[in-house]
Design a protein. Structure first.
Length: 58
């Protein structure tokens, strides 16, 4: 995802244990996330309708 420029990382200090790597979404990453979420919401709605129709047939 870093190669696709969807996220970037930074090394950060930790109060406990070793240095940690922190990941952040880029602007392109936020856009990709929003598109994926819209697609998920759309398919979820279709699945709910199919489930409802199946229950009505039983």
């Amino acid at each position: 995802m870093e190669q696709d420029k969807l996220i970037f990382s930074e090394l950060g200090e930790s109060k406990e244990g070793p240095i940690r790597k922190h990941y952040f979404l880029t602007e392109l990453g936020f856009t990709a996330y929003n598109i994926l979420k819209l697609n998920w919401d759309y398919f979820y709605e279709i699945i709910q309708k199919v489930n409802k129709n199946t229950e009505e047939l039983q």
